[in-house]
Write a protein that binds this ligand. Structure first.
Ligand code: HEC
Ligand code: HEC
Ligand code: HEC
Length: 428
């Protein structure tokens, strides 16, 4: 008798808890406050449209919302997440398939609260945790610009998220745990330029969408740049807090501005892979004032060294094989001592890609080769051939081990197992 009553009490308690949790999740998903739009009902001015076009470029909206070879902003590109792909939708003002019927308030709710027009919760594959920081005026300018595009009829594609990640319930729980529709709060102890740089880097340019460290559910902070792995591709967006990784505190301000505008600078570095796309789609469009603001913010980021794993046991035979492979395949361009050729081939001696804690990006670059982004300041970059079909996994480990321990480097050997594990993270 009393056993049954206890069971009943526990069941009631659990039901109350579940209800309470559901109410909390609902509440945390409805913290919307919408500052009034400053735009009247008059047609948008050319200045507003131009401002919107500028913001759309810096935010790289087209980078995701354009299918390869497809019409700009008409959607259809798959965005990889650890839980399956989400397709970026059509942002052109087509009435049936795009944002044709949208109001400024609908658009604000999408950017600021991550909600679709029908109230549907959106996947954070759309970096709205960053865009939430946008001001209402900037959101309105973006909307006016997108509404001025030629409508393209292109239906949206359903996501390929796996169960349970494809449910609204799991998004609601995720949001309750990790998302608040914050606005950007300027730091009164810092100057206007630093604050502008913070607004751009944390918000519109969404650097932390890649550079933040994410937990198992894919959540990371907007002001955290301590290094993140990109879903699917195997690229690491290294820490901007550590000058031995991707931190730029020790670059000259001019070199950093040049790198953000052109993807490479005289001696230091050239952007690779997804970062090259960011330079091409986003930062190269920054005007002088915003470029300086972003540079100032990045150089003032707090320094936090990345933890390095214990170095593996040195393997002299592997390094010797690497030395021979280097002479055979690489030295013609990068030089016997890794010194490179000014203006054509980057030095590998002292390169952070070579010495950073994880060898993942180094292996990717060797396998895929590549071109630095072609920009106005760097119109015809030299290319590097891919070595994926030329070198097997053991040779890759040997070459990477040699590079990481030559010319004064002490970055530790790369084992065959590391190469195999790093490859298994890629799905493309
Ligand atoms: C990293 C890729 C990425 C970037 C960059 C990006 N988006 Fe998106 N966006 C997405 C994805 C993916 C979705 C779909 C989310 C979903 O369906 O759950 C989306 C959804 C949207 C929606 C909701 C549309 C609808 O039909 O519900 C709007 C509005 C939007 N994005 C605007 C923008 C704007 C404006 C920018 C630039 C400031 C931008 N996006 C940049 C990936 C991106
Ligand atoms: C789409 C993902 C992505 C976004 C968004 C992104 N990055 Fe990166 N970033 C990467 C990857 C991957 C690398 C490593 C490849 C490389 O070194 O170029 C990288 C490298 C870097 C480096 C190191 C450069 C070097 O050669 O040492 C800097 C600095 C950097 N990013 C700054 C930024 C800033 C500033 C932003 C925002 C404006 C940003 N990133 C946005 C993915 C991203
Ligand atoms: C035909 C000339 C050529 C050959 C051969 C070549 N590279 Fe490159 N390498 C380049 C060029 C050009 C770049 C810059 C391309 C870019 O920025 O995407 C580059 C970039 C790199 C980088 C990135 C450096 C940095 O700091 O950004 C690494 C690492 C690298 N190469 C390693 C190798 C290795 C290892 C080999 C031999 C297996 C090799 N390369 C063979 C031309 C070459």
């Amino acid at each position: 008798m009393s056993g049954r009553r206890t069971a009943l009490r526990i069941a009631l308690l659990l039901a109350a808890l579940a209800l309470g949790l559901a109410a909390l999740v609902w509440r945390l998903n409805h913290l919307d406050e919408a500052p009034a739009s400053t735009e009247g009902t008059a047609p948008p001015t050319p200045a507003l449209l131009e401002r919107g076009a500028y913001l759309a470029r810096v935010g790289n909206c087209a980078g995701c919302h354009t299918a390869r070879g497809g019409p700009p902003y008409a959607g259809g590109r798959a965005i990889a997440t650890p839980f399956g792909a989400v397709f970026a939708p059509n942002l052109t003002p087509d009435a049936a398939t795009g944002l044709g019927g949208w109001s400024r308030a609908d658009f604000w709710a999408a950017l600021h609260n991550g909600r679709g027009r029908d109230g549907r919760l959106l996947s954070p594959a759309f970096p709205y945790p960053n865009y939430a920081l946008l001001s209402r005026a900037d959101a309105d300018a973006l909307f006016a610009y997108l509404q001025s595009l030629t409508p393209v009829a292109q239906p949206n594609l359903p996501s390929q998220l796996r169960f349970p990640y494809n449910t609204q319930l799991s998004l609601a729980v995720w949001r309750a745990l990790y998302f608040r529709p914050a606005v950007f709060e300027p730091d009164a102890r810092r100057g206007a330029e630093w604050n502008r740089g913070a607004y751009l880097s944390q918000g519109l340019a969404h650097c932390s969408a890649c550079h933040a460290t994410r937990n198992g559910l894919g959540a990371g902070g907007t002001a955290d740049f301590s290094g993140g792995l990109l879903a699917g591709s195997g690229w690491l967006a290294p820490s901007l807090h550590d000058p031995a990784e991707a931190g730029v505190m020790d670059w000259s301000p001019a070199a950093l501005r040049q790198w953000l505008a052109h993807g490479s600078n005289a001696a230091l570095a050239s952007a690779q892979g997804p970062m090259a796309e960011v330079i091409l789609g986003s930062t190269r469009h920054l005007n002088e004032a915003d470029l300086a603001a972003m540079a100032q913010y990045l150089q003032a980021l707090p320094r936090r060294p990345v933890e390095r794993p214990e170095p593996a046991e040195p393997q002299p035979l592997l390094r010797e094989l690497g030395r021979r492979l280097y002479g055979e395949h690489c030295a013609a361009c990068h030089g016997q001592q890794g010194e490179g050729v000014a203006g054509a081939y980057p030095p590998l001696a002292g390169s952070r890609v070579v010495t950073m804690a994880s060898p993942g990006n180094l292996l990717l670059i060797i396998q895929r080769g590549g071109f630095a982004p072609a920009t106005a300041g760097h119109p015809r970059p030299f290319g590097m051939p891919p070595f994926a079909g030329v070198l097997d996994d053991r040779q890759l480990a040997a070459l990477a081990s040699y590079l990481r321990n030559s010319w004064g480097h002490q970055a530790g050997d790369v084992r065959l197992l590391d190469v195999v594990q790093l490859k298994s993270r890629r799905i493309d």
